[in-house]
Design a protein around this ligand. Structure first.
Ligand code: SF4
Length: 508
């Protein structure tokens, strides 16, 4: 077979930007799968060029001369840029392939813009594609494996790609590792709830950790597992048998249910510096917290006590909340969260809005049947910012007002000052401060306040979020146009509209 020249592009942001926050943080949000695809392509004898786009790179530098095939990994909020790049590359005779969350959530829309769209991907599927692909395969072909791969290349095999990102872009040099796919919990908003829980080879993890401490002075590893530590003792045994305690700093997303005091002490001994438990809601999703049937203020007190205990051992604790669930009603969910902020002053709260991502989870069918999904342009589909279902128990205006009020409370000068003073690790203090003044706090307040203003003054926007019109309001199109800059001319569908009912009307 001919040796192919393959470009792999990991899209992390949807527009050019030189913002300080993005320059510091976004290179740490790279995905593992594009690097895995790169390793597998090389194992098949092909030449691979890997790059990331966080906003500060020149888009033209993402491609090299005489490329045969380009793989783009994209979230939904980077999908318009991905579509425009694909159209541009196809015009140059290059075959385009889309992977990542957008490909899994909106495969039919993606097929209108790419030659191939990949769902779950393993090495066999990739090898077949590399042997049989063609240009201008319109509409594109959707390919998916039955499950996540049973084994993947480790850090040693991915090292060249990791090092490139560290050398060229990173201020904080994190290394992403993964020990498991999927999650045993069934949170119906979460794409990982659809993937059966499966651990990866502990020997590979052990070898990777040993490799890392030889390559870096004091590595910082971010576990990419959707829910780290489900098999807690076996994971910790693996880490402890590989490297001396405290020789690596770790970050992980972890359910409160596994964070007993003895487990937290063990995490501390092994260098865990940041833990991100999901709380989500005071009225729902209690299973993964394992607090029995407590709801409301009872749950707030229990969670707060536990989180404060964790913070005694782990300096940076970020609790994840989500709003927009049907169980949210009135002011209570917002007021309870304020009480939690008061009771756990050192914790960094991260707030997201419920976003329904196409075929990401079967639970989305409920919203399709109720005709409640608003087709916000993909460009706006950042779950932290955009609620894209009609709230069940609020008007849009009520919802935005309550959510903005909570954000202002959580990122008031008083709350930021208490958080800064209660935190005992310098790096954590500064990261928390940076997040509060940028995307996590002030940036989010500004974005949502602008949405509220638009809701009040733009009749088209009011009609759009009530599903009274089926076109996208002009100001949203103008925003996307501005963000895409010169790539806008390559975007095929400039109306930004799409079918939101992708489960009930799927033909794949
Ligand atoms: S516990 Fe976390 S990873 Fe697991 S299904 Fe729920 S949100 Fe997803």
């Amino acid at each position: 077979m001919k040796k192919l020249r393959i470009c792999i592009i990991d899209l992390i942001h949807n527009s050019p930007s030189q913002s300080l926050y993005r320059r510091i943080m976004f290179p740490n949000y790279i995905s593992i799968m594009p690097q895995i695809i790169g390793v597998w392509c090389r194992e098949e004898g092909h030449e691979v060029h890997y790059s990331i786009f966080t906003g500060s790179q020149n888009l033209k530098s993402l491609l090299v001369d005489k490329t045969d095939l380009v793989f783009i990994s994209s979230f939904s909020y980077t999908a318009l840029l991905a579509y425009a790049l694909s159209n541009y590359f196809r015009s140059k005779g290059i075959v385009t392939v889309l992977g990542g969350p957008h490909a899994r959530c909106y495969p039919e829309d993606a097929c209108l813009n790419f030659d191939y769209v990949l769902g779950l991907t393993d090495k066999e599927l990739l090898k077949d594609l590399l042997h049989n692909f063609e240009l201008n395969n319109r509409p594109g072909t959707y390919l998916t494996a039955f499950s996540q791969p049973l084994s993947i290349p480790g850090v040693r095999e991915r090292w060249e790609f990791i090092e490139k990102v560290h050398r060229q872009f990173s201020i904080i040099k994190l290394v992403s590792m993964i020990g498991s796919f999927g999650c045993p919990y069934k949170c119906d908003f979460c794409i990982d709830s659809e993937i059966p829980y499966q651990t990866l080879d502990p020997n590979m993890i052990r070898e990777d950790l040993k490799f890392l401490i030889k390559k870096m002075k004091h590595p910082e590893v971010s576990w990419y597992d959707p829910n780290f530590g489900i098999k807690f003792n076996s994971f910790m045994d693996t880490i402890e048998s590989a490297v001396p305690q405290g020789s690596i700093d770790f970050i992980a997303e972890c359910s409160l249910s596994v964070l007993s005091e003895s487990n937290v002490k063990r995490l501390k001994r092994n260098g865990f510096k940041m833990i991100m438990p999901g709380i989500e809601s005071w009225f729902d999703y209690g299973e993964k917290l394992r607090f029995g049937s407590g709801v409301g203020m009872e749950k707030v007190r229990e969670v707060s006590d536990k989180v404060n205990m964790i913070q005694n051992y782990i300096p940076h604790v970020q609790t994840n909340f989500m709003f927009g669930f049907d169980s949210d009603d009135g002011q209570m969910p917002f007021e309870l969260t304020k009480r939690f902020i008061d009771l756990s002053p050192a914790v960094y709260p991260s707030f997201a809005l419920l976003s329904v991502f196409g075929q990401g989870t079967k639970g989305n069918l409920k919203y399709e049947k109720e005709n409640r999904i608003i087709p916000f342009p993909f460009h706006m589909m950042r779950s932290v910012h955009t609620l894209n279902i009609i709230p069940k128990n609020y008007t849009w205006e009520e919802f935005y007002i309550l959510f903005i009020d909570l954000l202002k409370y959580s990122f008031s000068s008083k709350a930021i000052y208490r958080r800064y003073n209660s935190n005992y690790m310098a790096a954590s203090k500064w990261i928390t401060l940076l997040l509060s003044f940028t995307i996590g706090g002030a940036g989010k307040i500004k974005y949502l306040s602008d949405m509220l203003k638009n809701l009040r003054k733009e009749p088209d926007f009011q009609s759009f979020v009530k599903k009274e019109i089926n076109y996208v309001p002009t100001f949203m199109i103008e925003d996307a146009k501005k963000d895409l800059g010169p790539m806008w001319q390559w975007l095929p569908n400039k109306s930004l509209s799409y079918n939101p009912n992708v489960i009930s009307q799927s033909t794949l």
